[in-house]
Design a protein around this ligand. Structure first.
Ligand SMILES: C[S@@+](CC[C@H](N)C(=O)[O-])C[C@H]1O[C@@H](n2cnc3c(N)ncnc32)[C@H](O)[C@@H]1O
Length: 183
């Protein structure tokens, strides 16, 4: 495995979920623009999205903490991290991010960017767990695949509206897109 494009192809061929090309382009653009210091990812799968983020900055601007609930997937992340020589600034953890005591152990005191890509029905829990750690004023939470799974994410929209937290949906692919929460 020599390039992120090859990792993308491998994931698609092996039915391992990974973000779309349009999401990758958007994410790279957003990160280069905002240069967040501390990044948290929920749902690493085989490590494609975290490696996209890590290879972009070569750890000059940010650190990435990435969580994965499945042990086989977590091991794939470590394998791909080694293959891509991305040791600096990227750390994988095998945890269930819905469990606050597990998340608490791995999360930095202040988070400036979070990429949420776990189970859609748990998005509300992930966001609620992350909120106390987000630095107020210039931090963001991005949730992937929010259009196709709109019904599963409805409680999150209701929560954000109730808490008067600013958000916008960004359509990217033919049938999907992102939720950008600004704090
Ligand atoms: C859509 S995939 C992630 C794709 C990855 N972000 C990428 O673009 O390469 C979702 C992943 O979230 C993981 N996941 C689901 N629930 C989780 C939880 N509670 N905590 C951590 N990871 C979780 C799943 O095991 C799965 O590997």
């Amino acid at each position: 495995m020599q390039s992120l494009d090859q990792l993308y192809t491998y994931c698609r061929q092996c039915d391992i979920p990974c973000m779309s090309h349009a999401t990758r382009v958007w994410l790279e653009d957003f990160l280069l623009q905002h240069k967040p210091k501390n990044i948290v990812e929920i749902g690493a799968a085989a490590g494609y999205s975290s490696l996209v983020m890590a290879s972009l900055a070569q750890s000059r601007w940010w650190t990435i903490v990435s969580s994965e609930i499945s042990r086989p997937q977590y091991k794939k992340c470590l394998f791909h991290q080694k293959a891509f020589h991305q040791y600096h600034g990227l750390q994988y953890y095998h945890i269930d991010a819905t469990q606050s005591h597990q998340l608490q152990k791995i999360i930095p005191d202040s988070v400036s960017f979070a990429f949420v890509d776990g189970m859609k029905a748990d998005y509300i829990t992930f966001v609620q767990q992350l909120l106390p750690y987000m630095s107020v004023g210039n931090s963001y939470i991005v949730c992937d695949d929010v259009i196709q799974y709109h019904n599963k994410i409805q409680p999150l929209y209701e929560y954000l509206s109730k808490m008067q937290i600013q958000y916008q949906t960004i359509p990217l692919d033919d049938d999907d897109g992102l939720l950008l929460i600004s704090l």
